[in-house]
Design a protein around this ligand. Structure first.
Ligand SMILES: CC(C)(COP(=O)(O)OP(=O)(O)OC[C@H]1O[C@@H](n2cnc3c(N)ncnc32)[C@H](O)[C@@H]1OP(=O)(O)O)[C@@H](O)C(=O)NCCC(=O)NCCS
Length: 166
């Protein structure tokens, strides 16, 4: 097992097969790329096979045009015992010029698993720069907020059950 690679970038072209009915890149395609980058990043940090436990806070800031160069940046911003919180930013731009702009960002939580599929420990990531401490603190605040959202979601899901089963 190796691991300890903190960040990963996937870089490729947005193809016609990725487009939605409006001619821009399909949101579902972007989410798949995000999941691939998060997996590569989690596997690179942990040195283990990983599964997606959570993906959230996804914000589509700008559309991606077919024919753009797409760059998915994934980096570890917090580690728990078996989980890695991964900050993702998706940049895109015309291949004819060097500028890239932010199109999407989100957070994915990957959990390392052993050969039996059970959660397995990951190396601790310790932030050192001011920027990384900021990202780690933000990941921790989001973790707290997700707990509250989780409670509200459970209440929400009960709304789909028959009255006598809520
Ligand atoms: C991810 C999974 C293995 C976690 O299993 P679990 O029984 O909750 O395991 P644990 O309680 O030991 O939690 C393992 C880690 O996952 C984290 N985790 C579990 N559910 C989570 C959630 N909803 N959001 C964020 N983190 C979560 C825990 O905090 C823990 O992290 P830590 O070890 O760093 O503290 C399990 O929920 C699973 O298999 N989910 C389906 C994954 C999948 O199919 N992904 C593909 C989706 S397309």
């Amino acid at each position: 097992m190796s691991g300890h690679l903190r960040s990963t970038t996937l870089r490729f072209m947005a193809e016609p097969a990725d487009q939605n009915f409006g001619g821009k890149v399909h949101g579902g395609a972007v989410m798949k790329w995000i999941d691939l980058a998060a997996y590569a990043c989690g596997a690179g940090w942990s040195g283990k096979y990983c599964i997606t436990a959570y993906a959230g806070g996804i914000r589509f800031v700008q559309p991606i045009h077919v024919g753009s160069i797409v760059e998915i940046n994934a980096k570890v911003i917090y580690t728990g015992r078996t989980s890695m919180h991964i900050g993702i930013s998706v940049l895109a731009g015309d291949p004819k010029n060097p500028e890239r702009h932010l199109t999407t960002h989100c957070i994915v939580i990957m959990v390392a698993v052993d050969d039996s599929g059970r959660p397995s420990p990951v190396p601790e990531w310790v932030p050192e720069t001011e920027e990384d401490i900021y990202l780690r603190d933000s990941a921790m605040r989001l973790m707290d907020m997700r707990k509250q959202i989780g409670e509200e979601m459970q209440a929400h899901v009960r709304g789909y059950l028959p009255k006598d089963k809520r």
